[in-house]
Design a protein around this ligand. Structure first.
Ligand SMILES: [Fe+2]
Length: 315
């Protein structure tokens, strides 16, 4: 079965909430499409969702600012390493200037035939802005970045693995990918026609120490992939389990989508998710999504108590 369409979202464990919000919305010019809390556990942690103009699958970056928990992560092997975002062809020079003006060191590089700007989130997670031609996804031009440079959405992820062979088996057989080009220790895999937003680059780094898998500051927690509906998701879970990857989770209601998770043999946590029909408007006026904090259902404390714990963020 090759039923996964593209990336849906990528989720990071970051540091300070205000710093994370400012980095995504003010420096990168992304749109806030939802502010809620992590749906797992009893300690309240923000869950911020950032996207392009439409907030559609393949264009969503989400974060758990972790600083108040004191849990620091370790970047390393068998983990998602780099988040790649697509920008219009020719936008690299704009971004070099903009990032420098925001105090962020960035370099222009080329890999797999693509021009890209490499830099890091303030918590240390590597980011790349990759120039892409003819991307139909709409950038968001209401946060200071003009349309001809605005982020279209996710381009892909880079996963670092200690053994590339078992990850090659997994992404081709279980995760809807075809093998594509390679360069050095990196092999590119893609879903469907291989458009921007559907790419997984697997890099073999056998000497890297194992990275953290828990929710912990400074690491990528997981990447989600889009699947069309709940029936297909149920069939896909059975298919992946039937290959022998038996630790696929039950369906978890994430408020805005329904998700299953699997720990890949390359270590990274992957998710297959179905967007709810109402999307971001399930609990907010569609004209004002992402403006107010939506408290997730497992918390019994009131809003003021929660804000005391997680800290107040100026939007
Ligand atoms: Fe997720």
């Amino acid at each position: 079965m090759k039923e996964l369409n593209c990336l849906h979202h990528i989720t990071l464990c970051t540091g300070d909430a205000q710093e994370d919000y400012d980095f995504h919305t003010r420096t990168l010019g992304m749109r806030s499409v939802k502010k809620t809390l992590l749906y797992d556990g009893k300690v309240p942690i923000y869950h911020f969702y950032y996207a392009n103009a439409d907030g559609a699958p393949s264009a969503i970056v989400t974060s758990f600012p972790m600083r108040h928990t004191g849990r620091m992560g370790r970047r390393g092997g068998n983990q998602i390493k780099t988040l790649m975002l697509a920008v219009p062809r020719g936008a690299a020079s704009y971004w070099l200037e903009r990032l420098a003006a925001h105090g962020i060191a960035a370099t222009l590089t080329e890999r797999l035939g693509e021009r890209r700007i490499a830099f890091t989130h303030p918590c240390g997670i590597p980011y790349e802005l990759v120039e892409v031609d003819d991307d139909p996804r709409r950038g968001w031009d209401q946060a200071g970045v003009p349309l001809d440079a605005a982020i279209h959405g996710l381009h892909g992820i880079e996963v670092t693995v200690r053994d590339a062979d078992v990850m090659d088996d997994f992404v081709r057989e279980a995760w809807s990918c075809e093998r594509g080009v390679d360069e050095g220790a990196t092999v590119r895999y893609a879903m469907g026609a291989g458009a921007s937003g559907s790419l997984i680059d697997v890099t073999a780094e056998p000497d890297l120490h194992q990275g953290t898998w828990t929710f912990a500051e400074g690491t990528v927690h997981h990447c989600a992939f889009d699947i069309a509906n709940l029936d297909l998701q149920r069939e896909y879970k059975a298919y992946v389990e039937g290959l022998g990857y038996t630790d696929v989770s039950d369906v978890k209601d994430r408020g805005y989508f329904d998700s299953i998770y699997v720990r890949t043999p390359g270590g990274a946590l992957f998710e297959a998710t179905v967007s709810k029909p109402a999307g971001w408007a399930v609990d907010e006026d569609p004209a004002h999504i992402g403006e107010e904090l939506m408290i997730s259902p497992q918390f019994e404390q009131d809003r003021e108590e929660i804000l005391e714990i997680i800290g107040r963020v100026a939007y």
